[in-house]
Design a binder for this molecule. Structure first.
Ligand SMILES: Nc1ncnc2c1ncn2[C@@H]1O[C@H](COP(=O)(O)OP(=O)(O)OP(=O)(O)O)[C@@H](O)[C@H]1O
Ligand SMILES: [Mg+2]
Length: 213
């Protein structure tokens, strides 16, 4: 029987419609089956203030949104989320699962918008210190397939209205980060059937837990 360690932080990443919300459900069921108490949250957002910032970020608007302003809003929301929700729960021994975190900032604002990676890294240091997720599941699939899945579901938000080229850059950004940090970021082939994706997620979780338990 694997020993369950306390207070682990797992994040789920990927482009629009990749299957993040579906994956979150798999992780939640997996945790429940092992009697792991886990808080499920998301970024941008997770607290009332951070959710208000999320609304500002996702709202479609005629005014051009400055990329640096967008970056600062993302990190403002993250500071609130991290310091008032994520850290206190981890310190209390709970596990925390977040639909997106800082890898998304590198992928969207860095690779997608073309913002300076050094600047993102500086803000990351300011807001997080050395804090990082323990495990990140990256749902990777061809951009068009994800957008098709997302489109079938809801009205596009400000990010979903971006051109395909933007999401190609985001996808590349995510994959580069996964290649650079293979111990933390595990790639899931999200183009496969729901059953196959679910199996990949469970295999990764079991292997990872065996390594840390
Ligand atoms: N492996 C899969 N194959 C086919 N369809 C899938 C698969 N996984 C999820 N879907 C469907 O695709 C749609 C998007 O999935 P989901 O909501 O999990 O993605 P998401 O990454 O959370 O999307 P968003 O970026 O909009 O939050 C949903 O309708 C879901 O049922
Ligand atoms: Mg989702």
């Amino acid at each position: 029987m694997t020993n369950i360690p306390a207070g682990r932080f797992i994040t789920v990443e990927g482009t629009e419609g990749a299957g993040k919300s579906t994956c979150i459900q798999h992780v939640e069921r997996w945790a429940t089956s092992r009697s792991i108490s886990m808080l499920c949250t998301r970024e941008p957002g997770g607290t009332p203030l951070a959710e208000q910032i999320r609304d500002i970020l996702l709202e479609t608007r005629t005014e051009n949104v400055d990329s640096l302003a967008e970056l600062l809003l993302v990190f403002a929301a993250r500071a609130q989320h991290l310091n008032t929700l994520i850290r206190p729960n981890l310190e209390a021994g709970k596990w925390v699962l977040s639909d997106r975190f800082t890898d998304a900032t590198y992928a969207y604002q860095g690779s997608g918008r073309g913002l300076n990676i050094q600047q993102i890294s500086q803000l990351e240091g300011l807001v997080q210190g050395s804090f990082q997720p323990d495990l990140t599941l990256l749902l990777d699939l061809p951009v068009e397939l994800g957008l098709e899945r997302a489109r079938q579901r809801s009205q596009p938000d400000r990010f979903e209205l971006e051109q395909e080229m933007f999401f190609e850059k985001v996808r590349s950004g995510y994959r580069e980060r996964a290649a650079a940090q293979p111990d933390r970021i595990k790639i899931v082939d999200a183009s496969k059937s729901p059953e196959q994706v679910s199996q990949q997620v469970l295999d990764i979780l079991d292997q990872w837990l065996a390594g840390i338990g």
